[in-house]
Design a protein around this ligand. Structure first.
Ligand code: SF4
Ligand code: SF4
Length: 418
């Protein structure tokens, strides 16, 4: 086995704690997870069966650390993967897993494939095995503060421009504020209306908030690529910004994985409790509505909601969007399946940043078109700019006639002006 392969496996095995060990040993090969995975569903290719994606790593674990590993090795029953096999497996660990967690819901043994894929990515990334384009955007985040090159200076220019263009107050670098708002670079570069919408809603509700050039980027390509050091830097920047303005609340914008990265794993990466509460913008909108701070005009369009996996299924904030839409979007209807069971957009988990995965990602969009068409909706909104970008890519490719939008933008469009 090559030196690189040994290092990947050493790294992987060293990360396996009690929980991961249980998962790695409990697969009963029932195959239930296959049809839960969108990549299997659209291709029927058995390689995309979730359990199979981890096969070399489970095998290496059995050879190195599982009970009776020594006996297995002595009998030549456990062959560890070599570098060529690990390179071949890149497609299964990166390109065809959005870490959506849908397979876990159906697994009778409760195996969290997405988390195990995350561990495998960390070990591969630490040894330079993985998609170069995904690694490049992660490195760009470390170097300039954002995966799409939004430096603090560009952020400032963009905010100035949006503020003038849309005549909205967008506070930046206030000395003190109760709430720190963050952005996703996809919004900054592709969907800036979403930034305007967040500002309009927070101003409408009278919130004391600010952006900060010390820490503004919520997306965390360190988490997606498996580059643990980049993941930590991105969390530290947000924490430093929040501490510098004394914010007790940090709002994550319309981005799925950014929510999980900060809310559910941020403290672990930081090595101490987060000194603020974290809310996804949909949760924050729901709170404002509950507190009577969101006055909305009714909207009667035929609209449906695409649950981003990392906000609903993996994040636990499934009801927030429904609470916002309830009573306001009178033409709202659910897709089937929906909520925690919703199908992934196909571009999460960093897959949208992997160029060679484009054909597979577009194939997954066929599921989404059918879901929306069956619901009778004309508009599908989401609360994740990465989902939105993936869905827009599918819409363009198939020349699909439905509209794709953002939850916070439709809320901002229907605010009752004071
Ligand atoms: S986490 Fe999602 S994409 Fe990954 S194997 Fe499971 S169902 Fe498929
Ligand atoms: S559903 Fe669970 S136990 Fe069955 S094959 Fe998939 S991972 Fe293994």
């Amino acid at each position: 086995m090559s030196n690189v392969a040994t290092q990947v496996i050493d790294h992987f095995v060293s990360q396996v704690g009690a929980q991961a060990a249980t998962w790695l040993q409990s697969c009963v090969h029932c195959g239930e997870c296959a049809e839960a995975c969108h990549f299997y569903e659209v291709t029927k290719d058995p390689r995309y069966t979730p359990a199979w994606k981890l096969e070399p790593f489970a095998r290496a674990y059995r050879a190195r650390k599982a009970p009776f590993a020594g006996v297995r090795r002595a009998l030549g029953l456990a062959k560890e993967p070599d570098e060529a096999e690990l390179n071949e497996w890149q497609e299964l660990i990166y390109d065809s897993c959005t870490m959506c967690g849908r397979c876990t819901m159906v697994c009778p043994m409760g195996i969290d494939i997405a988390s195990l894929v995350g561990l495998a990515r960390k070990s591969m990334a630490a040894n330079g095995i993985g998609p170069e384009d995904l690694f490049a955007v992660a490195e760009k985040s470390r170097e300039v503060g954002s995966p799409l090159g939004v430096t603090p200076e560009k952020m400032e220019e963009r905010i100035d421009w949006l503020s003038d263009e849309h005549e909205v107050d967008i506070p930046l670098n206030k000395e003190k504020a109760e709430v720190l708002l963050t952005i996703s670079s996809i919004e900054t570069m592709k969907y800036p209306q979403s930034i305007v919408a967040m500002a309009q809603v927070l101003n409408h509700a009278g919130i004391d908030w600010t952006f900060s050039t010390k820490g503004y980027e919520a997306t965390n390509f360190g988490v997606l690529s498996g580059k643990a050091d980049v993941a930590k830097v991105m969390i530290e920047r947000i924490v430093a910004a929040a501490e510098s303005v004394g914010a007790k609340t940090v709002i994550i914008p319309e981005c799925g994985h950014a929510y999980g990265a900060l809310r559910w794993t941020g403290a672990m990466m930081l090595g101490r409790p987060l000194p603020f509460e974290v809310f996804h913008i949909t949760e924050y909108l729901a709170m404002l509505k509950r507190d009577g701070k969101l006055k909305l005009k009714p909207m009667d369009d035929a609209i449906t909601y695409h649950d981003p996996c990392q906000i609903s299924r993996r994040g636990g904030a499934t009801e927030a969007a429904r609470e916002v839409l309830d009573g306001f979007a009178t033409g709202f209807r659910e897709m089937s399946p929906t909520g925690n069971a919703n199908w992934c957009c196909g571009g999460g988990g960093g897959v949208a940043a992997i160029q060679r995965a484009t054909p597979l990602r577009l194939k997954v969009f066929e599921i989404k078109m059918k879901q929306v068409e069956d619901s009778g909706a004309d508009i599908m909104v989401s609360a994740c700019a990465n989902c939105r970008q993936t869905l827009d890519g599918g819409k363009e490719h198939y020349k699909w006639d439905r509209e794709i939008g953002s939850l916070v933008e439709i809320v901002a469009d229907h605010l009752v002006k004071a």
